[in-house]
Design a protein around this ligand. Structure first.
Ligand SMILES: [Zn+2]
Ligand SMILES: [Zn+2]
Length: 331
């Protein structure tokens, strides 16, 4: 028996015991293929070829996967090349398959390496911070906008992307009601990526799960942390948040208190209050933010058209009475 044939026969016997989740697809001298499975998504096939001068020359490894991003596979192939160089003159097949499996176990972020490069490219500015912990499968981002900063942690589960990414808000200069919204909405967006809607739209195409990491990170950065501090009130056009986060108005009744409405646009309390109480009321009041026009729903101004009309009429009548008195008195 040649060296290679002897190695292959040992390999067939040993691989299942030494490498969890492995399945030999093909194991002959001209073609060795082993499937490695950690989760549905983290599944790949190791293809190995023996060079003519084996074991003096190194085994050539190729990796195939329907689910793992190509860039990640390319990186793993170069890691394999470096590994096999250390094994020249020895049996290389089992060690290299073990090495690939260990790499899969130690890199929980392999399922989202593409999303992570998009996040670095599209979302992170020089003033921000991003810390990736490859072993733990976590990404901590700190987004800075003016004097405001928001830091959050994204946790990628082992069964990603079938399971959704989790978000922990660490610190933020934004008010607590904004933080509650960001946490709740992140969870909801991640859920929508992996679970079909409770009430699917008629004639909607069948639901296909989608990765949730980039979706949640984009929401937190591009719809919240980066946007809120710079947003202007659509009515008075002045910035909603003060330059200094320490000067944020906490008092709900204060004219400058910031109201976030359902479509995620911001208003000063007084501006929104005046607008909501001024006709026309027909068809509900629409958001005045550029390009929005969604109907405004807010618990504090949740009144029917009829009631809003009555209140307006009452207020106008009172104003006219006062005007008449003022005119009569000549003040
Ligand atoms: Zn305003
Ligand atoms: Zn709006």
């Amino acid at each position: 028996m040649s060296i290679i044939e002897e190695e292959l026969s040992r390999f067939r016997k040993d691989v299942a015991e030494h490498v969890p989740g492995s399945e030999v697809v093909c194991c002959v001298r001209s073609s060795v293929q082993v499937r490695l499975r950690r989760t549905d998504f983290k599944t790949l096939v190791v293809q190995a070829q023996f060079p003519a001068d084996y074991p003096a020359g190194r085994i050539v490894v190729e990796l195939k996967s329907k689910t793992i991003p190509t860039k990640f596979l390319d990186g793993l192939v170069s890691a394999c090349d470096a590994e096999t160089k250390k094994l020249l003159g020895q049996k290389q097949l089992l060690p290299v398959v073990k090495f690939v499996r260990a790499f899969m176990d130690e890199n929980p972020l392999m399922a989202c390496s593409d999303e992570l490069s998009h996040i670095r490219k599209d979302l992170v500015r020089p003033s921000d911070e991003i810390k990736v912990n490859r072993k733990a499968g976590t990404i901590v981002m700190r987004v800075v906008e003016g004097n405001y900063a928001t830091q959050f942690k994204l946790i990628v589960p082992d069964n990603y992307p079938a399971d959704p990414v989790k978000m922990e808000l660490k610190t933020s200069s934004l008010p607590s009601e904004f933080q509650v919204y960001m946490a709740g909405q992140s969870e909801e967006l991640a859920r929508q990526c992996v679970q079909p809607p409770l009430r699917p739209k008629p004639r909607a195409p069948p639901f296909t799960p989608a990765p949730s990491l980039r979706r949640v990170a984009t929401f937190l950065v591009m719809e919240c942390a980066r946007v809120y501090p710079m947003t202007c009130c659509p009515l008075c056009k002045a910035r909603c948040f003060p330059d200094d986060p320490a000067r944020i108005v906490e008092d709900l009744e204060d004219a400058q208190h910031i109201e976030r409405i359902l479509c995620n646009h911001l208003y000063h309390r007084k501006c929104l209050d005046d607008y909501m109480k001024t006709p026309p009321f027909k068809g509900g009041k629409k958001c005045k933010a550029k390009g929005c026009e969604q109907r405004i729903f807010h618990e504090r101004w949740n009144v029917s058209e009829k009631l809003a009309e009555d209140r307006w009429a009452h207020q106008e009548a009172k104003r006219r009475e006062i005007d008449e008195v003022v005119e009569f008195l000549g003040v």
